[in-house]
Structures are given as structure tokens and as C-alpha cells.
Design a protein around this ligand. Structure first.
Ligand code: CTP
Length: 430
């Protein structure tokens, strides 16, 4: 069955071009009308007949073919979505500069369709400040960058640079088509412009953070809530932005201003928080669940205000359990994603509190757990915080105390220090 969508798959000259065949195939199977625009170099890695057979359309390469139908702009103008897979370092540089010296460059420039790019290159090329600056430029223009993944590269080396798997690329593209991945706001562009890229160890990374406390409605005027102010989550967003990341914040009832330069999704209930996090999760390299999520919600929300004279002297609430959002994100994580949970515990004894944290990280399956003590006067709505970070083995990998912003930086340090999935960028960025 046809979707009526016209998808342009741009293929550039990297070894991963052979995997682009499966990207084309996945769109065709979905019922899309797929048009491949390949560079000359791409056709050295994958054959035109294969691409034509799979896409069921002619493959376009030459800028000077089909001049009468003004093909150099027609393909881009009629596209609903353009996916570049694989995108080499060279092609990313050309797209960032707006060069149009081949058919693919013309197609991209002539199109207003969303652009999804799946980079593929050696780790050194990906980490190179020139590539990182180009990727940051594209992200700031609203381009969706999928990956690269981390793993074995073409030679004996391994690290970040592998093209993401075709299924992941297609899932990201579909989410963009569904409008689930809004382009970065103007504020983000300005904010990044005020930062020199030098030393930004999260440049090119997408960080998804939840913050605040969910509210579960009882009736039109009442809710079950918690005392989370969202300060620690907002501080994490500010710290990640300052270190060059692209940040999406899913925010539930913040008591502090939204941070500048961040894409914010405002939600209210645990189910809304889950929905928006799941929609944004595919693109994230790092997910940090700082939100206080209600474990239960009223089984029924009353349409009108609950009246005292009707309810009587004692009232009991029938509550149902909310899904565990964090555990769900872990279950559906894409390869290479680092997921960090929070655990707010009232247990005053340090050893017992750590044991609770160890049990919780095992139960939730996340990579790191930020453990902090909360109570009537601790943790919530305060400027400072004292935390410990546990790893999967149950070891304390970091302890920090200070303002929520300084603690946020230490949490990001411990994520990078953990070396999970090659996140640490030791290469100094000039
Ligand atoms: N969390 C979640 N979904 C829930 C409850 C919690 O995603 N329904 C997340 C929180 O955002 C946090 C972590 O799980 O990152 C731990 O939250 P916490 O409330 O400390 O743990 P619970 O799972 O609720 O366990 P318990 O009630 O035993 O403390």
C-alpha cells in the first residue's frame, strides 16, 4: 500500500553505502516512493542495478542528466523527506557550507523537506573539530543527525563513527515525519554561538533530560504531586548545553525558569512524560531521568470537583500503578545509548541508602544511578545538593556536594569518565 510519501535517499561514498540498500528497502516496504540520489563515489561502493531494483526507480547521479525537466531542483522540491545514509565527513562539510557541485548538493539546497543525516567515518574524522563544527551547524539548522554508532569500523579500529543500523535510521526518519523531533529553537543557535567550541566535551551529542515532578489529576482542581522543583534537571540541561550538547528537556511543572537554548516539552502526568520521552529517545546519546515520577495515579479522574458533603468524613483513593518510564527506556534503548537514573531516598544511614541504590540500579537496568538523600528539609527545592553516583557493579564512582549546577557538571563528568560507549572524547578540540 502506498503512503503517498516521496523519500529521497542520498548515498555518499563510504563503505557503509552497502548498508544504504537496506534503508532504501525499508522505505519501499513501508509503501514509500523512494528515489535514490547517489554520488559518483557512492556508486563505487554499491551497484546502480541493486539500488534501482530495490528502490524500483532510476538512480540519479548526474547533474547534467534530465536538464529539460530541471532535475537538479525537481527532486529536492518534490521530496517529503531527505535521508543521507551514509554521510561522509566530506559530504557533511559540503552540506554545512551549502555547496551544490553535484546532484545531491543541488537536491538538498532546493528542498524544504526535513533532512536526516546518518554519518559514517573513522573515529578521528568524526572527532575532528572541523566535522564537529559542521555537525553542530547542521543541528542548529534543525537537521536530525542519527548516530554515528560506536563499534568496529572498516579496519582493525573501533570507536564512534559506524553508520547507525538501517532500522534505527528509518525509525528516526519516521519520527521526524511524525513531527516528534522538533527542530532546535532559535535560542539554541544563539546560545551555542556564545560558546567557543573549544573544550566542549559533549559537542555533537544529543542529551535527553527529564526534570520536575509529575502531577496526577484527581478532579479538575486537585492532583497528587511531589515536591520536586526541577532544579537539578534544569541544572543538568544548562551544564550539558554549556559543554556543547544539543539538549531536549521533558519538563513536569518546573518551579524554575526554563533553561535557554534547550528544546523543552512541557508535560504534566507520568503518562505524558513517558510519551514525550519515548518519542525523543531514539535520537539521544545520553538520557538522564532526573524527574520525580508519580508511581501511582488515581484509577478514575472525576469529571467534577469532589464534594465534601457527597464524599463524607473519610475518603480513600483507588490508585493504579504508573509504568516505570526509566525501565521502559532501558528495555527499548538503541545501541550505544547511555541511560542514567536518579534515586531519591529518605534512608538516613549511608550504608543502607547505598544498598537501596544498588538494588534500584539492578532493578531499573540503567548504566549509572545518581543517589541522593531527601527529607523534609533536604534535596527538594534547595539550591545545593549532595549526591553519589553508582555504577552497575554497585561501586560508588563519584561523590559530589555543592550547588545543583556544580553537581550537574560532576554528574556529566562521571558519565564521560565511565567511558560507556566511547563517550569520552580525549582528543582536545582546538
Ligand atoms: N522513575 C520512572 N518511572 C516511575 C518511577 C520512577 O522512570 N514510575 C524513575 C525516576 O525518574 C528515577 C528512577 O526511576 O530516575 C528512580 O525513581 P524512584 O522514585 O527513586 O524509584 P522508584 O522506582 O519509584 O522505586 P521506590 O518507590 O521503591 O523508591
Amino acid at each position: 500500500m502506498s503512503t503517498g510519501r516521496r523519500i529521497v535517499v542520498g548515498i555518499t561514498g563510504g563503505i557503509a553505502a552497502y548498508k544504504a540498500v537496506n534503508v532504501v528497502r525499508a522505505f519501499v516496504l513501508l509503501g514509500d516512493d523512494v528515489h535514490v540520489v547517489a554520488t559518483e563515489a557512492a556508486l563505487r561502493f554499491v551497484g546502480r542495478p541493486t539500488l534501482e531494483a530495490i528502490s524500483r526507480n532510476p538512480v540519479h547521479t548526474d547533474l547534467y542528466e534530465g536538464v529539460a525537466e530541471v532535475r537538479h531542483v525537481a527532486i529536492g522540491q518534490s521530496a517529503d523527506l531527505i535521508v543521507i545514509a551514509p554521510a561522509t565527513a566530506n559530504s557533511i562539510a559540503k552540506i554545512a557550507l551549502g555547496l551544490a557541485d553535484d546532484l545531491l548538493g543541488n537536491t538538498i539546497l532546493a528542498s524544504t523537506a526535513p533532512l536526516v543525516i546518518a554519518p559514517a567515518m573513522h573515529t578521528e574524522m568524526w572527532n575532528n573539530p572541523a566535522t564537529q563544527a559542521n555537525v553542530a551547524t547542521l543541528r542548529a539548522r534543525g537537521v536530525t543527525i542519527v548516530g554515528p554508532g560506536i563499534g568496529r569500523l572498516t579496519g582493525a579500529d573501533s570507536g564512534p563513527g559506524r553508520m547507525e543500523e538501517p532500522d534505527t535510521i528509518v525509525a528516526a526518519a519516521l519520527a521526524v515525519l511524525d513531527g516528534q523531533d522538533p527542530p532546535v529553537q532559535d535560542g539554541a543557535i544563539q546560545d551555542r554561538a556564545t560558546h567557543n567550541l573549544a573544550g566542549q566535551d559533549l559537542a555533537g551529542r544529543q542529551v535527553l533530560i527529564s526534570a520536575g515532578g509529575t502531577r496526577e489529576p484527581l478532579d479538575p482542581v486537585r492532583f497528587l504531586g511531589n515536591r520536586s522543583s526541577g532544579r537539578q534537571g534544569v541544572a543538568l540541561a544548562e551544564a550539558a548545553i554549556a559543554r556543547g550538547a544539543t539538549v531536549t528537556l521533558v519538563a513536569a511543572h518546573l518551579e524554575v525558569p526554563e533553561p535557554a537554548g534547550v528544546t523543552v516539552h512541557n508535560v504534566s502526568t507520568a503518562l505524558e512524560l513517558q510519551r514525550d520521552l519515548q518519542a525523543a529517545a531514539f535520537a539521544a546519546d545520553i538520557i538522564i531521568m532526573a524527574a520525580a515520577v508519580a508511581d501511582y495515579r488515581p484509577a478514575e479522574v472525576q469529571a467534577g470537583k469532589i464534594k465534601k458533603n457527597v464524599a463524607g468524613d473519610r475518603v480513600s483513593l483507588d490508585l493504579v500503578q504508573n509504568p516505570d518510564v526509566l525501565a521502559g527506556l532501558v528495555d527499548h534503548r538503541r545501541p550505544g545509548q547511555v541511560i542514567v537514573g536518579f534515586a531519591a531516598e529518605t534512608e538516613p544511614d549511608d550504608a543502607l541508602r547505598r544498598d537501596l541504590g544498588r538494588t534500584k540500579i539492578q532493578r531499573k537496568g540503567c548504566d549509572l544511578l545518581v543517589l541522593n538523600r531527601v527529607g523534609w528539609t533536604e534535596g527538594f527545592a534547595t539550591v545545593g545538593n549532595t549526591i553519589e553516583v553508582l555504577d552497575r557493579a554497585g561501586d560508588i564512582v563519584m561523590e559530589a556536594s555543592g550547588t545543583k549546577l556544580s553537581v550537574a557538571h560532576r554528574i556529566l563528568d562521571s558519565i564521560l569518565d565511565s567511558g560507556l560507549n566511547g563517550l569520552r572524547q580525549d582528543t582536545p578540540v582546538a
